[in-house]
Design a protein around this ligand. Structure first.
Ligand code: MLT
Length: 360
C-alpha cells in the first residue's frame, strides 16, 4: 500500500479544520480535536448523553443511520476501538463492513486509494480509519466523494479524537465542571496520539490544570507548548489530582531504547495503590487500554473502586454513536422530528420508539 501524499501533523492541523467542518460549521469528518470550538465538543458530549439510555435498553437500536453503510478500515491492530465502532454503527442501524486489511487486496499491492474507490463504488457512506501513518485519515478525507464522512480511529502518533472524546465524556459524568479539575496524564506522552488529543480537548473544555508526567525520554520539553505543566516526579504531580490518566508504553513506536527496564519504570511511574493515596481521595483512575498491569498500573488499582476504565469502554459506544450521527448530519434531523412540547425530550428515546413501532 502506498501513502505517498500523507502530510506531517503540523501542516495538517488547519487544513484538517477546514476539511472537517461544513460551510455551516457542522462536523462532517472527525479527524482531529485541535482547533475545534468548545460548542462542537459540548455537542458531542450532550448527544452522547442521550445515547447512554439506548445502550442499556433491551432493544439497543435507534434508526439514525438506517440505510447507511459504514466501513471499518483498520490498518493497525485494535480490539476496543474497532468493536465499539462496530457496535455504535449497528446500534444506529447502519450496515457495517469490517475490512480485515491483513487478508484484503491491500496485501496484494492494491493502493489505499484503489481500496477506497472500490468501497465507494459499493456506496459506503462512512469510513472509520485507523492507520499507523500520521495524517492517514486526513489523506482519505481529501479523496472521498462529497457524501462520505471519514472518522479518524487513530493515525500514527498524531491524533485519536474519538478516544479523547469518550474520555471527556467519562470525566464530565464523574466530575462535572472541567474548570475545577486537575488532570494528570502519566506515561509515554511522546508516542501517544491519545494524550495529544486529550490535551487539546481538555484545553478547549477549559480544564483547570493539565499535568503531563513521564521520564525525560518519553516527555520531551516541546510538549509544554501544548499548554500543560511537565513533571518527571509522579508523586509530586499527584498532589490534588482529581483525574489520573495512565497511558500504555507504545513499544511498537519506540525505535531506540527509551526505557531502562520495565521494573524501573513501574517503580517511578506505575500507578500503585500507595501512590494513588497521594491524589485527592475521590480521584478517578482512567486508561484508554490496553493496560499493562505491573508496568503502568497495579492490578488492584485497575480493578479498584476508583477505576472507571470499563465505564470508559461503555461510554465509548455512546460517544462514537454521537460522533457518527453528527457527522452524518442526523442529529438535528432527529431532534426536529420530535414534536415541540413532547415531555420526553431525549431524541434517542423517541427514535427508539420509532424503530420499535416500525419493527412491530
Ligand atoms: C491507541 O490506539 O492509541 C490506543 O487506544 C491506546 C494504545 O494503543 O495504547
Amino acid at each position: 500500500m502506498t501513502l505517498t501524499a500523507i502530510k506531517k501533523p503540523s501542516i495538517m492541523t488547519s487544513a484538517s479544520q477546514d476539511l472537517q467542518l461544513t460551510d455551516e460549521g457542522r462536523l462532517k469528518h472527525f479527524l482531529t480535536i485541535e482547533g475545534l470550538k468548545k460548542e462542537r465538543l459540548t455537542e458531542i458530549l450532550d448527544t452522547a448523553e442521550t445515547f447512554i439510555g439506548v445502550n442499556s435498553k433491551s432493544t439497543k437500536k435507534v434508526p439514525l443511520l438506517r440505510g447507511k453503510t459504514v466501513a471499518n478500515l483498520f490498518f493497525e491492530n485494535s480490539t476496543r476501538t474497532r468493536t465499539t465502532f462496530e457496535l455504535a454503527a449497528k446500534r444506529l442501524s447502519a450496515d457495517v463492513l469490517n475490512i480485515n486489511v491483513n487478508v484484503s487486496a491491500v496485501t496484494k499491492g492494491e493502493t489505499l486509494l484503489d481500496t477506497l474507490r472500490n468501497l465507494q463504488a459499493m456506496q459506503c457512506d462512512m469510513f472509520v480509519v485507523r492507520h499507523s501513518a500520521s495524517g492517514a485519515a486526513h489523506f482519505i478525507a481529501t479523496h472521498v466523494e462529497p457524501h462520505v464522512s471519514v472518522i479518524n480511529a487513530g493515525d500514527g502518533q498524531h491524533s485519536h479524537p474519538t478516544q479523547a472524546m469518550l474520555d471527556m465524556f467519562a470525566i464530565r459524568r464523574n466530575k462535572g465542571d472541567f474548570a475545577q479539575l486537575k488532570i494528570v496524564i502519566v506515561g509515554d506522552i511522546l508516542h501517544s496520539r491519545v494524550a495529544r488529543s486529550q490535551i487539546h480537548a481538555l484545553n478547549i473544555l477549559g480544564a483547570g490544570e493539565v499535568a503531563a508526567v513521564g521520564p525525560k525520554t518519553l516527555l520531551p520539553e516541546h510538549v509544554r507548548d501544548l499548554g500543560v505543566t511537565l513533571h518527571h516526579d509522579f508523586d509530586h504531580a499527584l498532589k490534588d489530582a482529581d483525574v489520573i490518566i495512565g497511558l500504555r508504553l507504545q513499544k511498537e513506536r519506540m525505535r531506540t531504547a527509551l526505557l531502562s527496564t520495565e521494573d524501573e519504570y513501574y517503580r517511578s511511574y506505575g500507578l500503585t495503590e500507595k501512590r494513588l493515596k497521594l491524589a485527592r481521595p475521590d480521584a478517578i483512575v482512567m486508561h484508554p487500554g490496553p493496560t499493562n498491569r505491573g508496568v503502568e498500573i497495579e492490578a488492584s488499582v485497575a480493578d479498584g473502586p476508583q477505576s472507571i476504565i470499563l465505564e470508559q469502554v461503555t461510554g465509548g459506544i455512546a460517544t462514537r454513536m454521537a460522533i457518527m450521527s453528527i457527522a452524518m448530519g442526523n442529529v438535528e434531523k432527529s431532534m426536529n422530528a420530535i414534536p415541540a412540547g413532547t415531555p420526553e425530550t431525549n431524541f434517542a428515546t423517541a427514535a427508539t420508539a420509532e424503530i420499535q413501532s416500525d419493527e412491530a
